[in-house]
Write a protein that binds this ligand. Structure first.
Ligand code: SAM
Length: 608
């Protein structure tokens, strides 16, 4: 992507430098930080307030890192920073590491960015740093597309494309107009260029523009602001989250990281008692080539989940394993899906196509089909994920508490029910988030939501000497995970409108019947015909599903939110859904494009 020229990165594609040869860091600070008066504006943030920066051209992330450093130094401890940036040609991991090694003073920040970088996916990425104080929304895509997809809320802009002569698509009137559309009144911008076309374009879009002294040998730069008064932003101090599965724990975590006091309510005696209670769950996304809102949501959720888990449940070989996942082209339909998907331009750290020989090598067992290899696929222990998300000093856990009704009150929402001793109990908060899976019928404002129970049973299959060779998760009509404690997890059944959680021999038999699609050699070596299905161990639980599969995430009524209907994908989708709900409740930058946000939105009941 770039060459080194005089010890500095130089873009071959654009024949331009990423930063000034004089001193990249000082130039960035002069142009973008001082050009937007960030030291003063960060210092004067009030408690709990959030500041949002938009950038065109993430490049090496140098702007992001020096902004983070400044925020660390001068902003009040409980304020937060949203940094939105877009990059069409991301550096690879080695390139980024090499460029950032130029700035030893930023090392601690650069290391954090590099740790997240391997989780990047095409489209919208949302990563949090410094225990949630810094949020980065990085869109890997074209600037013009990305800017039409934000819903708003930027306080200051860094216009940092390559020079307008070499990179004109970063400096179009459409880009300038989008920037103004998604800015707060009184938002500022700064850029190193003084090109007349840029100045006139920004003026035409609505900015008051002025020239100011540039950095180093550059005589002038541009800065400016939008006329208008700063908006008054609502502050949320307390929230109640109902449901202690992965969806509820993720919402609670995202709210707590924003300084909101959260009461997390779960009717069972412990968190993760229902659908999030399996001994192991796999990180699996089934993508298709038509990138509709659902696919975009899945992909963004996948990247987010991996980064979130790195933060909260690091890979340790016990609670979380990153062994990779193979999705096999075991049927004509799957082969077609995989063919179409593999034709898109995927970075190989996300997925790549493999033939049967390579698939067999990766899996450690003999496979007759090739398919897709997801190197970051893996498994984890869902109750430990829930515990890790809920372990925050701002979260009070109320297990054994049962919510029976929800009602709007002047200050927000009132929940009523029974405490763990079956005594009447109630609580109120500005924000209530319902994450109870399919059990919403008793809550009047939510009783119309189209949630369906789906029973799923997994089988714990004793390992054999041959199956112990399995090194990756392999998915076909079912999935099989490598053994842990001499047991494989084999899953899973799907029975719509069945709420029973008894363990069924017939369901074990159904799971076993799917082994042959995974690997006939493996199925044979496990003697599945002679296994006594009555004696196999496993677990059945009930997930909530929505017709069309898109979960119901967002604001249903003012102050009342949902994160529901994650089906079998909760380990992937709960985290980003938690971010979305928390960002909406706190009036902050969305982690997803607004089209996707609209597609996720729960629709209120039509009255009358
Ligand atoms: N802000 C960066 C930093 O701190 O390292 C430097 C940005 S560099 C000057 C400009 C960046 O814009 C490059 O990384 C380039 O790949 C990106 N870019 C160019 N055209 C683009 C487009 N159409 N959409 C999005 N990004 C683009």
């Amino acid at each position: 992507m770039f060459n080194w020229q005089d010890g500095q990165p130089f873009s071959r594609r654009f024949s331009d430098i990423y930063f000034s040869n004089d001193s990249g860091l000082e130039e960035k600070r002069h142009v973008f930080l001082q050009g937007n008066q960030l030291a003063e504006r960060f210092t004067s943030l009030s408690n709990g307030e959030c500041f949002a920066i938009g950038e065109t051209g993430f490049g090496s992330g140098l702007n992001f890192l020096c902004t983070w450093q400044l925020f660390d130094e001068v902003a009040p401890s409980n304020s937060s920073l949203d940094f939105f940036s877009v990059e069409k040609f991301p550096l690879d991991e080695n390139e980024l590491a090499d460029v950032l090694a130029l700035w030893p003073l930023l090392r601690q920040y650069a290391d954090e960015l590099l740790a997240r970088w391997r989780r990047r996916i095409p489209g919208w990425n949302r990563w949090s740093f410094a225990a949630g104080k810094i949020r980065l929304t990085l869109v890997i895509g074209d600037v013009a597309d990305a800017l039409t997809e934000i819903s708003g809320g930027i306080d200051a802009w860094f216009l940092d494309g390559f020079s307008p002569a070499r990179n004109p698509e970063m400096w179009t009137q459409t880009v300038f107009d989008s920037i103004v559309r998604v800015s707060w009144p009184d938002a500022s911008f700064a850029t190193y260029t003084c090109a007349g076309r840029v100045r006139r374009g920004l003026q035409q879009a609505g900015f008051q523009v002025r020239k100011s002294p540039g950095f180093g040998h550059k005589r002038e730069m541009l800065q400016g602001y939008l006329p208008g008064s700063p908006p008054v932003r609502a502050k949320v101090t307390k929230a109640i989250v109902i449901g202690g599965g992965v969806a509820g724990c993720a919402v609670a975590s995202s709210l707590a990281m924003r300084g909101v006091s959260v009461t997390l309510i779960e009717s069972a005696p412990a968190l993760a008692a229902a659908a999030s209670g399996n001994p192991r769950g796999i990180l699996h996304i089934r993508l298709s080539a038509g990138m509709d809102s659902f696919q975009r949501f899945l992909l963004a959720s996948y990247g987010h989940a991996l980064a979130l888990l790195d933060e909260k449940l690091p890979i340790d070989g016990i609670a979380r394993v990153e062994c990779g996942e193979l999705q096999l082209a075991f049927s004509g339909r799957e082969a077609k899906r995989i063919d179409r998907l593999a034709q898109l331009d995927w970075p190989s750290h996300v997925l790549r196509r493999v033939d049967a020989a390579e698939a067999s090598r990766l899996a450690g067992i003999e496979l007759v089909h090739g398919g897709l290899w997801f190197p970051a696929g893996g498994w984890l222990v869902p109750p430990q994920m829930c515990a890790a998300l809920a372990a925050h000093s701002a979260i009070v856990q109320r297990t054994g508490y049962c919510v029976e009704s929800l009602a709007a009150v002047e200050s927000g929402w009132r929940v009523e029910g029974k405490d763990k001793r079956q005594q009447p109990w109630s609580d109120e908060a500005q924000v209530v988030v319902v994450c109870t899976g399919y059990q919403v019928k008793s809550f009047t404002p939510l009783s119309h939501l189209p949630l369906m129970p789906v029973r799923g049973q997994i089988t714990l299959l004793p390992a054999t000497p041959y199956s112990e060779n399995l090194r990756a998760i392999v998915s076909a009509s079912g999935y099989l995970a490598p053994s842990a404690g001499e047991l494989h997890v084999l899953g899973a059944t799907h029975d719509f409108n069945d709420e029973a959680v008894d363990l069924r021999a017939a369901d074990h038999a159904e799971n076993l019947s799917k082994l042959a699609d995974i690997s006939p050699t493996l199925a044979k070596s496990m003697n599945i015909d002679s296994l006594n299905v009555e004696q196999l161990k496993g677990r059945a639980s009930v997930r909530a599903s929505v017709p069309g599969a898109m979960p119901l995430v967002g604001e249903l009524l003012p102050g009342l939110y949902t994160s529901l209907g994650h089906g079998t994908r909760g380990l992937i989708t709960a985290g980003l859904s938690g971010e979305l709900v928390a960002a909406m409740a706190c009036g902050q930058l969305s982690p997803l494009p607004f089209k996707v946000v609209n597609a996720l939105a729960p629709v209120p009941k039509i009255v009358g």
